[in-house]
Design a protein around this ligand. Sequence first.
Ligand code: FCB
Length: 452
Amino acid sequence: MRTFPAGFVWGAATAAYQIEGAAKEDGRGQSIWDTFSATPGKVAGGDTGETATGHYHRYREDVALMRSLGLGAYRFSVAWPRVQPDGGGAVNPLGLGFYDRLVDELLAGDITPYVTLYHWDLPQALEDRGGWANRDTAYRFAEYAQAVHDKLGDRVREWTTLNEPWVAAFLGYGNGVHAPGRAEPADALRAAHHLLLAHGLGTKVLREAGAERIMLVINSAPVFTPAQVHDPAAPVSEADAEAVARIDALLTRQFLDPALRGSYPEELVAAHAPHVRDGDLELINQPIDLVGINYYNPTVVEAAPGTPADPAWPGSQGVRFCPVDGPATAMGWPIVPSGLSRLLVRLGRDYPEVGLMVTENGAAFDDTVEDGRVHDADRLDYLRTHLRAVHDAIGEGADVRGYLVWSLLDNFEWAEGYRKRFGIVHVDYGTLTRTPKDSALWYRDAVSANAV
Ligand code: FCB
């Protein structure tokens, strides 16, 4: 058994659009994901978040489920279009009321709410004015952050500004695989900068309002050459090292360097120069307490002269993204637990000024319910091996404060729709019945032992 430090936070994560449903209720405005998922060909199976898991109406049952698993923390996001249906100005009390009740229900169950302000569901009204490519959206975000803090700040201590700005910018505006579905790589870089600006302005607002702990959550991964995946000491050519550095800059340092140091990594200074204004980097560089890491698999690249740039990775010409041998999840994502320990140790070393938390980690597999049970041995093993990797990283000095499994429930997996199941709790989309999978029962035992 490997025991985690006292006070280690155990929990689960979700996001508003992926679970809530009730898309047209209580005055909720339209989000870019409503528009995108209603556009034929964008989401597998034509799925939308209109009903999702029905969490908006079943949140009490879901909190009871969390209690039965002994979770100490629940990371969820607030839907901006519920709070400001038109993306600005008047606040919709009915929309905020839902999160008010959810927070009370969590606290009554001794579960710490971790509130994420932006998990990708931008009000469509703001996209109509240019979305994240428009600098003004960052200022609208700060107003929205203020409105949510005004309502929940007396009870919520753990705040996250953004979830995975890389995905929002580069899949939303770079290759268009996510909402709003624009494929304009120059706008993707602009969007990334404005998301960072929103993080800085939002952090300032939250801090001035008295928020206790503030976190930025990024999707991060170690970037390896194919040989390094299984052998950290494998030799790397100069060309491959340069390819690795360029992708690492885009994925991780693009966000952590401005947020924690007030500068873009040298690889990206020129790319961002056209839209960075005087004072922006100071605004972005607000003190924060934690960096949240969403880890699923390593990114593997090598130098391959002549390869055109991938639209999700502006400036990646000459870099090939490589497959990884070995087991993979239903997403096709390679299973490399050691990647998580190597990532956490490296981030702890490079950014000693903040604590770390694993804010998402988990796996999709094709589950089936048999006699009221889901024997998801693959997911259970994924969680166990990744938690061991977190434990290893702590042993090597990384300041990792907690682990939040993705996800509590099967849910709307963005462009993949409902066919990819990440939950430790199964959702029957016909009846909305919840069934804890074997992985949930195993996780409950790990949580109660504070050990794996
Ligand atoms: C992350 C997202 C989360 C979920 C997982 C599988 O990129 O933050 O909403 O879709 O991937």
